[in-house]
Design a protein around this ligand. Structure first.
Ligand code: XUL
Length: 618
């Protein structure tokens, strides 16, 4: 029981976070203040009923699924908990949320009537037992779709798929999962499916009491949606439905082809462009059972990564670096510059903007290995101490033409097996070397790992930021505008030749793009030496911020609800970044910090890393 006082807030908003292992609901008010959270952990509450481990069921074939009934039970469970806590449901005017991405829910023909006539005396899961043609949902950790991945690549090609859908083929992406379901694992159940939801639209459908359309930004994680055209791509729908002429032994003239395309289109339904308009009002089940009012609006939910960017005052060209075991970079851009190495999704609240997402496998584990080497060299007693590592990093001077690539695990970006590569630039030539050769020692590893990890972000973010940097009117600070960027760029190309990243040519615009602001979250963001170094290399025009957002996904959902509600009330689009800027006024978790501007100095690093990746990586 909590003693939260809601009396100062007339209107409340709920932000859901349905993730792999739990459902969390956060309560916020008009001032964007987080008042309370409620949650249920699946393994704690439902292990016995559903047999889940870490929220999912897995098998040796790489299949990872979540029981849909468990998600329904979790909604009842958390609302029951809130009721016991005397939560004022009648004050809730808007609900939105965040869900794990890519998962699909297969509804049966009985879904619509069952959703409409829910009885408040019973739980959702028992009443909706027959509402699904399959009672499971593929989880984003599923990796059982290699066959489907091959089909997508054979039919369309990897880069082309990224060009159309913002991402190359990924085993977890919904289109591949649907193809597996329709052609391999559950052919009959596919034919019994009336509608297919993403996890996000599944939850809103339950809250609305009718099947909701897919939310556009989350739908970008399907490998089916043409981001630029804003519609499903027919060739990709054919693949998902198992009727692609190149791989399914069927012609476009065959009536079965046309029927299958129509069928999958009606299963997926229309995708509404990004909107603040509510999908509808909460259904009578929740009004009668919990005490919501009929005025409570349900706004489309989105994917968890997309919700994360909604939890911060992020503007176009801002980058959020999440520094954990892995490194994830999320950035906002106007520039549609897709690559098979990262993802682009539509931004969930800013029309004509995208969210770029770069996922690296090697983050803190790789840094810890170097820390351990250093502590061993200097006989540091506390083996986990970062003091020596940080001292070395803080004392590094100018970029000294030594770099290392540290991949203790196979890397996603760039796609490469586990390896360590070190190199120095001698007489303008890149010379591969080992530790203790060519003047490269353990201390150099310290700066080399932080530099190369950061330079990799800079190289990949550049093309996404470049054009949008112009359109967003990001002007470099006065000091660096004294630098002749054209000359610096030409010197770089003279020295290294044209630069390519992941097979794509870098341009003057992409190499000279700077982020607006950089935000750092996750475990390593507590290490000021590391994030100061990163900031000095990335060179954001308007500063670096260290942030702590423990409930980012749920908060992003709640803010989406309060923003949408305000837009609806005013009857006009309120710029999301302006709205969310209020956080700067109320949130002292947004710590800005100073770091040296070494952005220009690191042009050499950009060149050296690009060439090392091109020529030395196995
Ligand atoms: C993103 C992805 C994961 C899940 C986690 O592509 O697969 O981040 O969304 O919930």
């Amino acid at each position: 029981m909590t003693n939260t006082d809601y009396s100062d807030s007339d209107s409340l908003y709920l932000g859901f976070d349905l993730s792999t292992q739990q459902l969390k609901i956060i309560v916020t008010n008009d001032k964007l203040a987080a008042l309370n959270t409620f949650n249920v952990e699946f393994d704690v509450a439902f292990k016995e009923k559903y047999g889940v481990h870490k929220g999912v069921l897995s098998n040796e074939g790489g299949e990872v699924v979540s029981p849909v009934g468990m998600w329904l039970d979790s909604i009842n469970h958390v609302f029951d908990q809130m009721k016991k806590d005397n939560f004022p449901f009648e004050k809730v005017v808007g609900i939105s949320g965040s869900c794990q991405q890519h998962g699909s829910v297969f509804w049966s023909n009985e879904a619509q009537p069952l959703l409409k006539k829910l009885n408040k005396e019973e739980e959702l899961s028992s009443q909706l037992k027959d509402a699904f043609s399959w009672d499971k949902s593929p989880n984003w950790q599923d990796h059982s779709t290699n066959t489907e991945s091959e089909a997508f690549v054979k039919a369309v090609g990897r880069e082309e798929l990224a060009q159309i859908t913002g991402s190359r083929d990924h085993l977890r992406f919904t289109g591949l999962q649907i193809r597996k379901f329709a052609t391999r694992s559950h052919c009959e159940k596919y034919s019994q499916t009336s509608r297919i939801s993403l996890v996000s639209s599944f939850v809103t459908s339950v809250l609305l009491g009718q099947i909701d359309g897919l939310e556009e930004s989350d739908a970008c994680g399907m490998n089916l949606y043409d981001l630029e055209k804003g519609e499903f791509n027919e060739e990709l729908l054919a693949l998902a439905a198992g009727v692609h002429p190149k791989v399914d032994n069927i012609t476009k003239e065959d009536p079965k082809y046309k029927a299958a395309i129509e069928d999958i289109k009606s299963k997926l339904g229309e995708i509404k462009p990004i909107t603040y308009n509510a999908s509808g009002n909460i259904s009578s089940y929740f009004i009668e059972k919990y005490g919501f009012t009929s005025q409570c609006k349900i706004y489309s939910f989105t994917g968890d990564n997309l919700a994360t960017i909604l939890s911060l005052p992020l503007q176009p060209n801002d980058c959020l670096l999440s520094l954990g075991t892995s490194t994830t970079v999320l950035l906002i851009t106007k520039n549609y510059e897709p690559s098979s190495q990262y993802h682009l999704f539509k931004h969930p609240t800013m029309p004509n903007h995208y969210m770029g997402m770069i996922c690296y496998c090697n983050g803190s584990l790789a840094r810890e290995r170097v820390r351990d080497e250093v502590n061993e060299k200097y006989n540091i007693e506390d083996k986990k101490s970062w003091n020596k590592f940080n001292e070395i990093l803080d004392n590094t001077g100018k970029f000294d033409n030594k770099l290392g690539i540290f991949f203790p695990l196979g890397e996603i970006v760039p796609h490469a097996p586990a390896q360590t590569v070190r190199a120095v630039l001698e007489n303008d030539k890149i010379v591969e070397c080992d530790l203790e050769t060519h003047g490269f020692d353990v201390d150099d590893d310290v700066r080399a790992i932080v530099e190369s990890q950061t330079l990799s972000c800079r190289l990949r973010a550049g093309p996404m930021l470049s054009k949008s940097a112009e359109s967003a009117n990001v002007t470099p600070d006065p000091e660096s505008s004294n630098v002749d960027l054209k000359k610096t760029y030409n010197d770089l190309v003279d020295k290294y030749g044209e630069l390519y990243t992941d097979g794509k040519k870098q341009t003057f615009a992409s190499i000279t793009a700077r982020p607006n602001r950089c935000y750092y979250v996750g475990g390593t963001s507590n290490n000021m030496s590391i994030i100061s170094k990163m900031g000095s290399i990335l060179g954001p025009v308007n500063g670096n911020y260290k942030v702590e957002i423990p409930n980012a996904c749920a908060l992003g959902g709640a803010y989406k609800a309060s923003w949408s509600h305000l837009c609806e009330e005013k009857g006009e689009w309120i710029n999301y970044d302006k709205y969310i800027n209020k956080l700067f006024e109320i949130n002292n978790e947004l710590d800005s910090f100073e770091c040296e501007d070494k952005w220009v100095e690191y042009f050499d690093g950009v060149g050296l890393l690009a060439k090392m990746e091109e020529t030395l990586l196995k």
